[in-house]
Design a protein around this ligand. Structure first.
Ligand SMILES: Cc1cc2nc3c(=O)[nH]c(=O)nc-3n(C[C@H](O)[C@H](O)[C@H](O)COP(=O)(O)OP(=O)(O)OC[C@H]3O[C@@H](n4cnc5c(N)ncnc54)[C@H](O)[C@@H]3O)c2cc1C
Ligand SMILES: Cc1cc2nc3c(=O)[nH]c(=O)nc-3n(C[C@H](O)[C@H](O)[C@H](O)COP(=O)(O)O)c2cc1C
Ligand code: SF4
Length: 700
């Protein structure tokens, strides 16, 4: 530990560089941790945009200790009034009160505030509900993983360029009047501004064309200089830039060009740079790099661009780029991407960057910076890179572990009466309810009939693997915390109604998990059918012996599943089982009686998984009718009405669970306060279970 000066305070920390002050232009930050911009859809859509959800989140993060928050972008594309768009606005003085309220909320915690501005430019789909897609030129990217439309966007006219520049400058001036400390111009990724910077996109023949870096960067420079002229030279402007564009062949921006751009931006008065990379056609994989490894890299890892460091499977991948840009400029360099306190501190110590950008760790735990500073790493709700925060569009985003995220309640409800609470079921719902209830001061017992805590999650972990989604850290956090906050954990305790006569709790929380469901098809009793209830039961036994990681390894050598497998059920569990078995060399077919496959999967992961299934030759058949399971496989009628026989050594029905209401009524007749939560109440996925535990933990 080392004593360092953080702002006006002296603090004792293992991360002295991270918590040392720094200036962007003339603006001093108390430390080098920056919450990077991320669209949360936490603002309201009506006339008053800064409501409880945005206030809750940005206030909580500011209180949690970063030196700077870069707030997500307002709507920067005309028409600004998109239907149901949950972004704030800076295009009119009538929105000033929102900006002022946001700034006041952040500043009260001694944290600085920038707004990020970006224009969605060529993006299509959910991002272009009411507006024209536009870009430097009418070029589009054809990619199975992306957000563009099929049709090329409109090439911008000079008038449109002027309008966009003015919108950015005017918005910055208004933000400054509202008390905001600076602006980040997002000229990175694949929105509007990078289409000018990129030779791939930019095919213009006017002064904004690709002839030189000066002309490519002109639109960004116009914005920067416009802001400096209108607001004043000391008003900080940071630019987020791609230091390299991958996947665009010869037309991609090279690191040398990235360095040239950085020097040019420094010369026109930019105060700091936010450096990253972009992989053309990989929208999400470009900003959440671990995604590129799910379920496997789309090209061999040996063919991944060498300019980035892939040794951490996405973690810190961009650090070498930041270092290369830092060599040619003297303004502060920030970088981002699956960084943590150790990686951040090391990068600062080694001179690779000056500011450390963190996003999802603040989603998962707004107190991240403070807990790091206090060396309370075990108390941090870990971001486990599950991708759930990317699932929603135009409605508040959610986090698998942080149930407060997307709500206006970040504090525990005060305790009115201390109660004896029995929580039954040690899955995510039960562990969360028990943890929150105990934190609030209740006397809590947590029972599980199994021999470990985690419910279905260690099983899910074993099936999903450890490469991308770090579910094991989620499980470890809850296992540790329930004990730390004083919950009395009793494993191997099967709950039944008779128990209530002995222990007489004031409240019972039933978090028993769901009830397995079998499909309605003849032949289910055949020897080749592996029923989920039996499979999960057996696996739980082995999980107890070996844990998910070793058990997954052991399945490389032995697994009682034949070579050809048909999975009945194409929702999340069936798809993940299909992925696992395919990785273990089985020939898998997934059939689904409904129309939709992949229900419960995070959309972008689903896109990648289904692309991978296609490459691996895994048929996904939806809308089928199940006819009969025989010793040789499964007879179906396809969506087109064709009878078909799917040969299989094993048929595995993996249908979503039903609720489990067996106990509830009986408990209600004996205990005054009863809740049923998680899969037990309405089967879904982990985020819903964790959120239900938070709600009930606070209600008790
Ligand atoms: C193979 C598989 C893969 C999955 N993959 C994902 C995924 O990728 N992402 C995702 O979000 N979700 C996934 N899920 C779903 C997720 O695991 C569940 O939604 C979540 O675990 C539900 O949590 P829960 O606390 O409600 O119930 P559970 O996790 O099922 O826990 C219920 C607990 O109650 C205990 N219990 C039951 N009856 C009694 C009793 N009478 N007395 C004492 N204890 C009892 C059980 O032993 C169990 O530990 C997956 C599920 C499976 C099976
Ligand atoms: C849900 C979500 C939305 C994001 N939106 C933006 C955005 O609007 N602007 C931006 O510059 N980056 C955005 N990002 C990227 C993050 O700022 C950050 O670069 C990325 O999450 C990697 O950092 P992390 O690994 O610490 O999360 C977003 C990321 C996520 C997960
Ligand atoms: S939803 Fe998942 S990936 Fe997103 S912040 Fe939460 S834990 Fe991390």
């Amino acid at each position: 530990m080392q004593i360092v000066k953080e702002g006006d305070e002296h603090v004792d920390t293992r991360y002295p560089r991270l918590f040392s002050p720094i200036s962007i232009g003339k603006l001093e930050l108390k430390n080098r941790i920056v919450k990077t911009a991320a669209q949360t859809y936490f603002f309201e859509s009506g006339e008053r945009r800064f409501g409880g959800i945005a206030k809750g989140f940005y206030g909580a993060v500011a209180r949690g200790g970063p030196g700077l928050i870069i707030c997500e972008t307002p709507a920067m594309e005309a028409p600004y009034k998109e239907t149901g768009d949950r972004r704030y606005r800076v295009d009119d003085d009538r929105f000033l009160p929102d900006i002022e309220a946001l700034a006041a909320e952040v500043h009260q915690h001694d944290c600085r505030l920038f707004l990020q501005f970006y224009h969605r430019g060529p993006w299509g789909g959910v991002y272009a509900v009411d507006r024209v897609r536009m870009s430097a030129s009418g070029v589009t990217v054809q990619s199975p993983f992306d957000v563009y439309g099929e049709e090329p966007p409109q090439a911008m006219t000079l008038t449109q360029i002027e309008e966009v520049v003015e919108a950015f400058v005017d918005g910055a001036a208004r933000a400054a009047r509202g008390g905001v400390d600076g602006i980040e111009i997002n000229a990175a990724d694949d929105h509007l501004l990078p289409t000018f910077l990129s030779r791939f996109w930019n095919k213009r023949d006017d002064r904004y064309g690709p002839q030189s870096m000066e002309s490519r960067a002109r639109i960004v420079v116009d914005i920067v200089q416009g802001i400096k002229q209108r607001v004043g030279p000391d008003f900080p402007v940071q630019v987020r830039m791609n230091a390299i564009e991958m996947g665009a062949g010869e037309e991609g921006l090279t690191v040398g060009e990235g360095q040239e751009l950085a020097m040019l931006l420094e010369a026109v008065g930019v105060d700091s740079l936010h450096v990253k990379s972009h992989w053309m056609g990989m929208h999400q994989g470009s900003y959440n790099q671990e995604v590129l490894f799910y379920p496997e890299p789309h090209i061999p890892l040996s063919e991944f661009p060498r300019e980035l460091d892939w040794s951490g499977k996405g973690a810190g991948a961009q650090l070498p780029l930041a270092a290369l840009i830092r060599q040619v400029v003297s303004i502060p360099i920030m970088t981002v991407g699956v960084l943590d306190a150790d990686l951040g501190e090391k990068a600062l110590q080694e001179g690779k960057a000056d500011l450390i950008g963190i996003n999802r760790r603040f989603f998962a735990d707004p107190d991240w910076a403070r807990k790091v500073r206090e060396d309370r790493l075990d108390d941090i709700q870990p971001c486990t890179h599950c991708g759930n925060c990317n699932a929603n569009y135009n409605k508040p985003r959610q986090c698998r572990i942080n149930a407060c995220f997307g709500t206006d309640q970040y504090d525990l409800a005060p305790l009115e009466t201390r109660k004896r609470v029995l929580v039954v079921g040690g899955g995510p719902a039960g562990m969360q309810a028990a943890r929150i209830a105990a934190l609030r001061g209740h006397e809590v017992r947590l029972w599980d009939k199994g021999r470990y805590l985690g419910g279905a999650t260690p099983l899910a972990n074993m099936v999903k693997g450890f490469e991308v989604d770090e579910l094991h850290e989620f499980i470890a956090f809850f296992r540790h915390q329930v004990k730390k906050v004083g919950v009395k954990v009793e494993l191997g305790r099967e709950f039944d109604l008779a128990t209530l006569d002995h222990i007489k709790p004031d409240a019972v929380v039933l978090a028993l998990g769901g009830t397995p469901v079998l499909p309605d098809v003849p032949g289910l009793d055949g020897k080749n059918v592996i029923k989920t209830s039996d499979l999960y039961g057996t696996l739980r036994f082995y999980l107890r012996l070996f844990g998910p990681r070793r058990l997954r390894e052991l399945t490389r050598f032995w697994m009682p599943v034949g070579q050809k497998v048909v999975i009945i059920g194409g929702a999340i569990q069936g798809c993940q089982l299909g992925e696992f078995l395919t990785k273990r060399g089985r020939q898998v077919t997934i059939v689904e009686t409904g129309d939709e496959l992949g229900v419960g999967l995070v959309p972008e992961r689903k896109t990648r998984l289904f692309y991978w299934f296609d490459k691996k030759g895994v048929p996904l058949l939806s809308g089928v009718q199940l006819v009969e399971i025989t010793g040789e496989g499964l007879a179906i009628i396809t969506q087109d009405g064709e009878p078909r026989f799917l040969e299989a050594d094993n048929v595995i029905p993996t249908l979503p669970f039903d609720p489990n209401r067996e106990m509830e009524e009986g408990v209600r007749t004996r205990v005054p306060e009863v809740y049923s939560i998680g899969d037990c109440d309405s089967p879904a996925t982990i985020p819903e279970a964790t959120a239900a535990g938070w709600r009930v933990g606070n209600l008790l």
